[in-house]
Design a protein around this ligand. Structure first.
Ligand code: ZN
Length: 69
């Protein structure tokens, strides 16, 4: 069983879909652990275009690595 939970993935997609978010804020919004967020982002990157880069996180307003779908 891979560390891949469709429910967690849905939460992450819903949180990240609208605004660029850093990993910390994804974790805060979804309650998904960092290891799972990493796994989910990696998996999503294989099927969707996941943008990741340095930008202002829409939640904590700190410039850091953020994710956007
Ligand atoms: Zn943030």
């Amino acid at each position: 069983m891979p560390r891949w939970d469709p429910h967690d993935a849905q939460l992450v997609v819903a949180a990240v879909g609208k605004e660029p978010l850093c990993v910390g804020c994804i974790i805060k919004k979804t309650g998904v652990t960092k290891a799972r967020v990493d796994a989910i982002v990696a998996m999503l990157g294989e099927t969707l275009r996941v943008e990741r880069g340095l930008a202002i996180c829409s939640a904590c307003l700190i410039a850091k690595e953020v994710f956007r779908l």
